[in-house]
Design a binder for this molecule. Structure first.
Ligand SMILES: Nc1nc2c(c(=O)[nH]1)N[C@H]1C(S)=C(S)[C@@H](COP(=O)(O)O)O[C@H]1N2
Ligand SMILES: [Mo]
Length: 413
């Protein structure tokens, strides 16, 4: 404690010098000048629904390459700019998107929308969105991650390597509440959930999970779901691979076996080791600062920071290496570690100005630790394969290389 705070005092002293120098360069220091007013095109609209500063330009980008093999060539992936993220909540407007069938987003009138629950139930039921909102709600913070979220040596930024994950505060009704209303019959083993758009985004979920912590979500980050996130309702299957979180949810059929649907193509691998890995995500983590294409202005104090998550529960700890994996040090968790949620870590660090490789690895509350790529290669009996590509979901440790000039590059190459 003593040494830590005196270390921090030293840092504050050093940074005071930086701030002092910068302030000297500012015209009219001391608040003499006021900034010009924002150029507001539509004041009424701005009052009704705010917008960010024109100086903040962080944006999503789409992936043109086919990230999950799709026999129909129908994949649409949009990456979240996690290099600019702070805290753990992804703004709804920057949430990653994975929607099949081009950029097609159904325009659903919530008054017309219905959810049907049928199959192996005592009472098939049809709910309106208002019906669903009358049930007791829960609000929970959970991440989503697409199976296509895999780093390649050609990727430059952390948006490209890891941008197919996001984290929101979701509000909705527990699926178990609605399933109990319908009365699940004995012998039921799975549910098949289906969306309202043309490819239906359908997928199967084991009944145990369906009766546990799944949500029929209508709220995201304090407001209604965004159309691209499944307005008016979506299924949320905490910790399961993104595909299970069916958007535009309109039908749940309780069934006796694991149904395979359009959406399963490209997600299924016959190898049981991979199949086991594919349903539940992680544990996984990535450093968002410093990250690819960013540049450290010079040696000195920095905080390495990033995100960690696991489909099996809360993050227990995150370790950082700044010497290419020879030594690992505990990072600080700077946000509550919610189950199946992004958790923000930070690691105070003084860079000596020499080339180095930094990485993060996390351990979840079950004690499962994120594997290095070499450990994954060994697990799949390919320890000598230099171009090893993790089959199924890739949660391996990811390296950033910092050059002596402070520039940061993908360390996979
Ligand atoms: N109806 C529907 N639900 C869907 C999909 C879809 O194409 N249609 N894509 C799935 C996939 S592959 C992922 S990764 C997540 C992405 O959710 P998001 O677009 O809100 O990030 O939604 C899933 N739910
Ligand atoms: Mo996905």
């Amino acid at each position: 404690m003593e040494s830590k705070s005196s270390g921090r005092r030293k840092f504050l002293k050093a940074s005071a010098a930086i701030v002092g120098a910068a302030a000297a360069g500012v015209r009219a220091a001391g608040g003499g000048a006021t900034a010009p007013d924002m150029d507001i095109p539509d004041l009424e609209a701005l009052i009704a629904y705010g917008q960010r500063s024109p100086f903040v330009t962080s944006k999503r980008i789409s992936v043109m390459e086919r990230m999950s093999p799709d026999e129909f060539g129908m994949t649409f992936h949009v990456l979240s700019p996690i290099q600019d993220s702070v805290g753990i909540i992804t703004p709804s407007s920057l949430h990653y998107i994975s929607t099949h069938r081009g950029s097609y987003v159904p325009n659903i009138d919530p008054k017309e929308h219905r959810l049907l629950i049928h199959g192996m139930v005592d009472r098939p039921l049809i709910f309106t969105v208002d019906d669903i909102k009358r049930f007791p709600f829960v609000t929970r913070t959970h991440f989503l991650e697409c199976l296509g979220n895999r780093a390649k040596p050609s990727h430059k930024t952390v948006q490209e390597t890891h941008g197919l994950t996001s984290c929101s505060e979701w509000t909705g009704v527990l699926l178990s509440v609605l399933l109990k209303e319908a009365g699940v019959q004995s012998g039921a083993k799975f549910i098949v959930a289906e969306g309202a758009e043309s490819v239906k985004g359908a997928t199967s979920i084991p009944i145990g999970k369906a009766m546990d912590d799944c949500l029929i979500a209508y709220g995201q980050n304090g407001e209604a779901l965004r159309p691209q996130q499944g307005f008016p309702i979506r299924l949320l299957v905490p910790g399961f691979e993104g595909m299970h979180n069916v958007k535009y949810l309109r039908r749940i059929k309780v069934v006796e076996e694991d149904y395979k649907t359009y959406n399963d193509y490209g997600h299924l691998v016959p190898d049981p080791r991979i199949a086991a890995l594919t349903r539940i995500i992680g544990p996984k983590s990535v450093i968002t600062f410093p990250s690819g294409t960013q540049k450290l202005p010079g040696p000195g104090f920095y905080e390495i920071t990033g995100l960690a998550w696991s489909g099996s529960g809360a993050i227990r700890d995150v370790e950082i290496t700044t010497d290419g994996g020879q030594t690992w040090n505990l990072a600080e968790l700077r946000t509550p570690a919610y189950p199946m949620a992004h958790t923000r870590f930070a690691f105070p660090w003084t860079w000596d100005g020499k080339e180095c490789v930094i990485m993060s690895r996390c351990t979840d509350e079950l004690g499962t630790r994120q594997p290095t790529r070499a450990e994954s290669a060994k697990f799949f009996n390919k320890p000598d394969d230099k171009d090893f590509r993790v089959p199924g979901a890739d949660n391996s440790v990811f390296p950033w290389r910092i050059a002596a000039d402070g520039s940061v590059q993908n360390g996979m190459a």
